[in-house]
Ligand binder design. Structure first.
Ligand SMILES: C[S@@+](CC[C@H](N)C(=O)[O-])C[C@H]1O[C@@H](n2cnc3c(N)ncnc32)[C@H](O)[C@@H]1O
Length: 284
């Protein structure tokens, strides 16, 4: 479901429980992942967190657990603080997206449904016969979606969070793509330097905080120094500034290889004047 319609739904459900100004203060979006709803509640409304959670639980048919997000997504493994507010006391769920299923424990591994359209955009570009490296694979959504949609493909799928890796292994089995997705535990740079040099036609870098510093590694993985790199970055932008131009400038300053920007787009807003951008770099 689109974030805007989820936001509207949230306000609809809570209309009779909160005043108009409280409703306005409530964040416009929340996530439903499998049968878990994750909600952010602004400080002044925290005393009403249980009431809000119970209202959500009663109104949303598929939701069995309501979690409060208590911190931003942070740290090396990109995790968020979570507190159980209502319903079944669990952090684990199974999410369905584009015909794939992803099991995840939201307190120990990263997953967001907000990248759903972006994952599909990337998957739709993959051609038969490609070898792909997903450097920051999490529980495997990009890798599994690609392998489901392309017959002849091999995806090396790396993550350094032991829990994300464990769920990725399980998700590969659940989606029956064992012959196409190879899960690898470890630091993407170490893995690529030791065993995946010059093998890939396409490299995906879905870790906006670190992609720039790992760009030389991504290049070293491309077969004959040619292919596509999907580069992600979070960009703060001031009035009149173009975040896409900033991202291109960062890549130009770092890359010691020739590239054309085949596509540049804003994936999503992640905060005030802060966006996640993607650049599809055609290298070589
Ligand atoms: C933003 S998440 C992306 C997950 C996934 N691609 C998705 O769409 O859900 C980034 C992932 O990179 C992993 N990670 C962080 N540093 C890493 C590194 N140096 N090498 C490999 N994985 C890393 C984190 O554990 C996390 O699961």
């Amino acid at each position: 479901m689109l974030q805007s319609s989820l936001g509207r739904l949230l306000k609809e459900v809570l209309r009779e429980k909160l005043t108009p100004s409280e409703l306005k203060a409530l964040y416009a979006g929340f996530d439903v992942i499998g049968n878990i709803a994750v909600i952010k509640i602004p400080e002044p409304l925290l005393p009403k967190k249980s009431l809000i959670a119970e209202a959500l639980l009663a109104s949303l048919k598929n939701v069995r657990t309501v979690l409060l997000q208590t911190t931003p997504v942070e740290g090396e493994y990109r995790l968020r603080g979570l507190e159980i507010l209502a319903g079944e006391p669990t952090f684990e769920t199974i999410h369905r997206e584009h015909g794939c299923i992803y099991k995840v424990n939201l307190s120990t591994a990263y997953f967001t449904p907000r990248l759903s359209a972006e994952r599909l955009r990337v998957a739709n570009q993959v051609k038969e016969g490609e070898v792909i490296i997903n450097m920051f694979a999490g529980v495997g959504p990009y890798s599994i979606l690609i392998s489901k949609r392309v017959k002849d493909v091999m995806v090396y799928s790396i993550d350094n969070n032991p829990e994300a890796y464990r769920y990725m292994q399980e998700n590969i089995k659940l989606n029956k793509v064992e012959h196409k997705v190879i899960p690898i535990f470890g630091d993407a740079a170490e893995v690529i330097e030791s065993r995946l040099q010059r093998v890939a036609n396409r490299v995906i870098m879905p870790l906006p905080e670190k992609a720039l510093s790992y760009l030389p590694t991504a290049y070293s993985a491309l077969k004959d120094g040619k292919g596509i790199i999907h580069y992600y970055e979070h960009i703060f932008y001031g009035k009149g500034e173009d975040p896409l131009r900033s991202a291109v400038a960062h890549v130009s300053g770092k890359a010691e290889f020739r590239f054309d920007v085949e596509y540049a787009g804003i994936v999503r807003e992640v905060g005030p004047r802060l966006v996640q951008v993607v650049l599809d770099l055609r290298v070589g």
